[in-house]
Design a protein around this ligand. Structure first.
Ligand SMILES: CC(C)(COP(=O)(O)OP(=O)(O)OC[C@H]1O[C@@H](n2cnc3c(N)ncnc32)[C@H](O)[C@@H]1OP(=O)(O)O)[C@@H](O)C(=O)NCCC(=O)NCCS
Length: 415
């Protein structure tokens, strides 16, 4: 069965995390993704954080499924020619090198356009145009520069970066959307275009609600759903809100039974206004339903700490899963704090293909995150990442090179 992007050929000139996340998604949607790697070493992540000697690391394998790998030394003239053949036959070039690297290699936008006017050139960079446009950027730099770190953590502690890779994988997602949008526009115009996703911009897009709060703070001087209210101080910038909910329904992380020994025996509890009466009944505080300090959402705001302390007295008597069962019966929004171990063992995530077991010829079986986006007419089959240069001969043959020419280029070290 053809997939959504069957027929789209991607020249995947990406490395590390941000670019590979993007091209992996495109591969899962059916694009033919040809990963161009440096001859000899390949993507640096192949050997980073290795857990098995001489096997491609999980860092690499989990970001490069469903792709083919060709090794080209694109700094050698003969290698450049091979890359040019790929440019001519692909629809999209995706790259996330440091600013200027593609130009230095001789593959300027103008040159690519001469070779293939339909080509879409998609880039991840750390920053858009501005004072930092030439900077190299990694995940946590983007989280800091995009506003996430200053708004994450607790009021009395330093800025904190999150485990979710919003700078890398988040920007890869943004880029993938830009690419399919450009492909769609190309259907009408016949022209390629440049697509840029800057990591700072991607993180800020995900921190949109914090820019909302900055303006609310400037207008009113106070944000009543933040833990700083009513006893703490607000400064000039949006403060770190701990585990407070980012929306209009107050929430917090509460201890559950076993918290003394299990670092993840916690539940996220949302005091959603429509089910306030149910919450009061479940935690054994029916008198709060009509009490003037608690009966309305606005009245509750100055008392959130007391409210969550009381709810926690109840959650501490239940395991997080028992609490979930009970609260769900009352339509009270909540969620267990799941460890990676629990997620890895979760049967329902395996069933939906969100957690997948993949077999690899060198490392054997491992778990990965499958495609989080499910298309009913384009199901995803996760296949293992390619070995370094595994498809060099295959792709070169498709490009029209003969066996003799391939051998010559190999002797020259161009492939
Ligand atoms: C991630 C990053 C910091 C890594 O920096 P780095 O390891 O120094 O890698 P660079 O991108 O600078 O370098 C690539 C170099 O390898 C060269 N190269 C890459 N593939 C090659 C190939 N197949 N053959 C020959 N040379 C190759 C490039 O031409 C470039 O050389 P140059 O510096 O002489 O121009 C940087 O690439 C970056 O800022 N990228 C944009 C933001 C980004 O995606 N960050 C997230 C990473 S998860």
């Amino acid at each position: 069965m053809p997939k959504a992007l069957t027929g789209v050929r991607i020249l995947d000139f990406t490395h590390v995390q941000s670019g590979p996340t993007c091209t992996q998604l495109l591969a899962w949607f059916g694009a033919d993704v040809i990963k161009v790697e440096r001859a000899g070493t390949g993507d640096v992540t192949r050997e980073q954080l290795r857990d098995i000697p001489d096997a491609d690391s999980l860092y690499f394998t989990m970001l490069n499924h469903n792709k083919r790998s060709i090794t080209i030394d694109t700094k050698k003239p003969e290698g450049k020619k091979v890359l040019e053949s790929l440019v001519k036959t692909c629809d999209v070039l995706v790259e996330n090198f440091a600013p200027g690297a593609l130009d230095r290699m001789g593959f300027t936008w103008e040159h690519i356009q001469e070779l293939n006017p339909k080509m879409i050139v998609a880039s991840v960079k750390g920053f858009g145009l501005g004072p930092y446009q030439d900077c190299k950027v990694y995940e946590n730099v983007a989280q800091c520069a995009g506003g996430a770190a200053s708004t994450t953590g607790f009021d009395d502690g330093p800025p904190v970066v999150s485990g979710a890779q919003i700078g890398d994988s988040g920007t890869g997602l943004h880029l993938a959307l830009g690419i399919v949008t450009a492909l769609y526009q190309r259907n009408a115009t016949g022209r390629g275009q440049k697509v840029l996703a800057a990591m700072q911009d991607g993180v800020l897009n995900l921190c949109r609600v914090k820019l909302r709060d900055q303006q609310r703070l400037e207008r009113t001087g106070v944000m009543r759903e933040y833990p700083q209210y009513p006893n703490g101080e607000f400064g000039q910038a949006v403060p770190r809100a701990g585990n407070a909910s980012g929306g209009g329904q107050p929430g917090w992380i509460l201890k559950c039974k076993g918290w003394e020994t299990d670092p993840n025996a916690y539940i996220y509890f949302i005091t959603q206004a429509p089910v306030w009466g149910e919450i009061c009944k479940v935690i054994g505080k029916p008198e709060w339903i009509a009490h003037p300090d608690f009966s309305t959402a606005a009245a509750r705001l100055p008392h959130l700490q007391d409210i969550f302390a009381e709810i926690e007295r109840w959650t501490m008597t239940k395991s997080k899963f028992e609490a979930m069962d009970i609260l769900n019966q009352h339509d009270i929004p909540c969620g267990p704090i799941l460890s990676m171990k629990e997620i890895a063992e979760d049967a329902s995530l395996r069933k939906t293909g969100t957690i997948v077991e993949v077999d690899h010829p060198v490392r054997g079986k491992y778990l990965t995150v499958g495609n989080p986006i499910k298309l009913s007419d384009s199901p995803t089959d996760v296949t293992r990442s390619p070995l370094l240069g595994e498809h060099t001969d295959e792709v070169m043959t498709e490009l029209g090179y003969t066996a003799d020419q391939i051998a010559t280029l190999r002797n020259l070290g161009a492939i």
